[in-house]
Ligand binder design. Structure first.
Ligand code: ATP
Ligand code: LTN
Length: 329
């Protein structure tokens, strides 16, 4: 049997090139060697308020983007988290073995809580639900961007604690980061991670941005006061642009240096924009085809949930037995 891969994205805004390079691009590559489950984590999205009609639309849009990026539904499962109730069920059981102190330490919790007037309990529980997503399927590999490393460490801590309290139950999942592109920074502020929930117009390149918008955003990206690329003294803005280029092109470090050393920033931005557009145009074309096919996306999501529900339910039942909870005969 192939080892299992699980990962998820929140339907909380417009998918950007950081999500693509940090996660989605890697997902496509893994699907032929592993049994992959790719999840639209809507229960995670509602840990901060989402307009209901917008959220519903974003779920279908995200599924169509997974398909357009190259996730093949005959190879991989594409599913929505809330359509398999076992995610929420296991999350409760794991909540009961998780010390609150482990959760208040999470960097993402601290950053998101700071922006809220009232902090919902869901925001604190967020990484426990993520642990449930992964452990439910006994996933061995979890391909994510760099910002999720801490949550995966917590997932292993929760799994270990459960195993030591109730006996060996969960497999320890491994974090898989891309070699290049694990942390794409904001174009407007290269010291901040590119993020869906950031609304400034020059912050992120969305996967569905038209070519002229992509070009404009990259041309306006923050750099520094140097005139051209110096690999021995790269500022964060230029390093980020080079990183974006390298993650899309998959050029080696040597080729990057040979090509970009001494290049003026205006030219660099032009080449980065060309590279991004060349990769996103075919994806956008496929997206339009998929979105124009009535019922297709819903069928993929329904089949996805049906394929994985038996695995998820079996884990919940095993966990219930371990904990002494009631399992009807
Ligand atoms: P939000 O701002 O709503 O939290 P986000 O942009 O951080 O959204 P997520 O849905 O949390 O996106 O993340 C989906 C995947 O994309 C995760 O694997 C995450 O690690 C990855 N990812 C998110 N932002 C970046 C980034 N800037 N660079 C690389 N990978 C990223
Ligand atoms: N927290 C993740 C999304 C996510 C996830 C998961 C990723 C939810 N459940 C399970 C990997 C595995 C994020 O990207 N913000």
């Amino acid at each position: 049997m192939k080892p299992r891969v699980f990962s998820g994205v929140q339907p909380s805004g417009d998918l950007h090139i950081g999500n693509y390079l940090g996660a989605l691009k890697n997902w496509v590559k893994l699907q032929y060697d592993y049994e992959c489950i790719y999840c639209i984590v809507d229960l995670h999205a509602v840990t901060v308020y989402q307009d209901p009609a917008t959220l519903r639309g974003k779920i279908s849009e995200l599924a169509a983007l997974f398909l357009a990026a190259g996730i093949d539904p005959r190879q991989s499962v594409i599913m929505v988290q809330s359509s398999v109730p076992a995610h929420a069920e296991l999350a409760w059981m794991l909540t009961c073995v998780t010390p609150v102190g482990w959760l208040t330490r999470m960097t993402q919790y601290k950053a998101k809580a700071e922006k809220q007037e009232t902090v919902g309990d869901g925001l604190l529980q967020y990484p426990v639900l993520m642990a449930a997503d992964i452990l439910l399927y006994q996933a061995q590999i979890v391909p994510v961007g760099d910002d999720q490393v801490q949550h995966l460490e917590l997932t292993r801590d929760i799994a270990q604690r459960f195993n030591s309290l109730y006996g060996e139950t969960f497999v320890m999942p491994e974090t898989k980061l891309p070699a290049v592109g694990a942390r794409i920074m904001g174009l407007d502020d290269p010291l901040k991670k590119m993020s869906k929930s950031e609304t400034a117009s020059g912050h992120a390149v969305a996967l569905l941005d038209p070519p002229d918008v992509i070009r404009r955003k990259i041309q306006r990206a923050t750099t520094d006061s140097q005139p051209c690329v110096d690999f021995d003294a790269l500022g964060p803005g230029v390093a980020n642009l080079l990183n974006i280029f390298q993650a899309f092109s998959e050029w080696t470090d040597d080729r990057m240096r040979a090509h970009f050393s001494g290049m003026r920033y205006g030219r660099l931005k032009q080449e980065v924009a060309d590279m991004v557009i060349a990769h996103l145009e075919p994806l956008q074309r496929r997206y339009r085809e998929i979105a124009g096919e009535p019922g297709y996306v819903d069928r993929v999501l329904k089949e996805g949930a049906e394929r994985v529900a038996p695995i998820a339910n079996a884990t919940v039942e095993a966990v219930k037995r371990r904990m002494g909870l009631y399992v009807p005969c």
